[in-house]
Design a protein around this ligand. Structure first.
Ligand SMILES: *[C@@H]1O[C@H](CO)[C@@H](O)[C@H](O)[C@H]1NC(C)=O
Ligand SMILES: *[C@@H]1O[C@H](CO)[C@@H](O)[C@H](O)[C@H]1NC(C)=O
Ligand SMILES: *[C@@H]1O[C@H](CO)[C@@H](O)[C@H](O)[C@H]1NC(C)=O
Ligand SMILES: *[C@@H]1O[C@H](CO)[C@@H](O)[C@H](O)[C@H]1NC(C)=O
Ligand SMILES: *[C@@H]1O[C@H](CO)[C@@H](O)[C@H](O)[C@H]1NC(C)=O
Ligand SMILES: *[C@@H]1O[C@H](CO)[C@@H](O)[C@H](O)[C@H]1NC(C)=O
Ligand SMILES: *[C@@H]1O[C@H](CO)[C@@H](O)[C@H](O)[C@H]1NC(C)=O
Ligand SMILES: *[C@@H]1O[C@H](CO)[C@@H](O)[C@H](O)[C@H]1NC(C)=O
Length: 175
């Protein structure tokens, strides 16, 4: 009798522990799923400005394409607004010019999937826009044109998302 109760108690503890651990585990597997770039950005919540800009540039269907195999340096909402503030450009001025938005976004895309393990101390990659981005790696972290990659190697089908905390402005752009 006593030992049956003990077995029941142990089972309850095991079940409770499993339930407790189930939520972080299922969260992890959800965030490492293999979806399109657009779907991954929507799940992460912090990329509504980027998704709006992609719409303006007619790049949404590209980011929804499961066969796309690129690296997207994805700026967060906060990163985009802080860079625009730093260079004294209003977001409303940018969104009025869809050609400009397209150039800026294509400067965030390298046409091959790159993990942080692909980067050495100093690298240059040609973007879809035509100009190169500079990626540096040191003991602090990995940086794209000086902006740190704050979330690394997010798989999105055949592509990789590297989250950065600033907007990359192509050289020679006049706003
Ligand atoms: C959005 O980004 C900020 C700063 O990087 C972070 O503190 C916050 O947790 C993020 N929110 C979501 C929903 O990812
Ligand atoms: C930012 O631009 C506005 C409008 O062009 C101008 O009035 C303002 O002085 C500028 N601020 C800085 C810090 O350059
Ligand atoms: C996006 O598509 C619209 C409608 O077809 C067009 O007017 C606009 O010029 C396009 N923008 C770019 C940046 O290609
Ligand atoms: C839009 O931006 C592009 C790239 O900077 C520039 O060449 C073009 O003149 C701009 N168009 C307008 C209407 O300002
Ligand atoms: C990136 O690293 C992976 C694994 O080491 C390798 O297979 C791939 O060819 C590398 N990509 C580039 C562009 O160097
Ligand atoms: C741009 O990057 C490519 C490698 O992706 C390199 O071959 C080329 O020399 C770079 N161009 C400049 C101007 O740095
Ligand atoms: C690594 O590079 C970043 C960006 O250039 C820089 O801010 C940081 O100080 C560097 N860290 C070290 C340890 O050199
Ligand atoms: C993710 O999906 C892509 C294409 O949809 C496929 O090539 C790749 O093998 C998948 N990766 C994983 C880990 O499932």
């Amino acid at each position: 009798m006593q030992s049956n109760k003990l077995v029941c108690f142990i089972l309850l503890v095991v079940v409770a522990a499993t339930v407790t651990y189930a939520s972080p585990l299922s969260h992890t597997s959800r965030s490492s799923s293999n979806d399109t770039i657009a779907a991954e950005l929507e799940k992460m919540k912090n990329f509504t400005t980027l998704l709006t800009l992609a719409n303006i540039a007619n790049l949404t269907s590209t980011l929804e394409d499961p066969s796309l195999a690129v690296t997207l340096f994805a700026p967060t909402n906060a990163g985009i607004s802080s860079t625009l503030k730093a260079v004294n450009i209003s977001e409303s001025a940018v969104v009025k010019n869809s050609t400009l938005v397209k150039m800026i976004l294509e400067y965030h895309i390298v046409p091959q999937p790159l993990k942080t393990s692909n980067f050495s101390a100093l690298n240059s990659f040609k973007t879809l826009e035509g100009s190169n981005v500079t990626v540096t790696k040191n003991s602090t972290g990995v940086f794209v044109n000086g902006f740190e990659i704050i979330k690394k190697n997010i798989k999105a089908d055949k592509s990789i998302i590297q989250v950065i905390d600033g907007l990359l402005i192509p050289p020679g752009i006049v706003v």
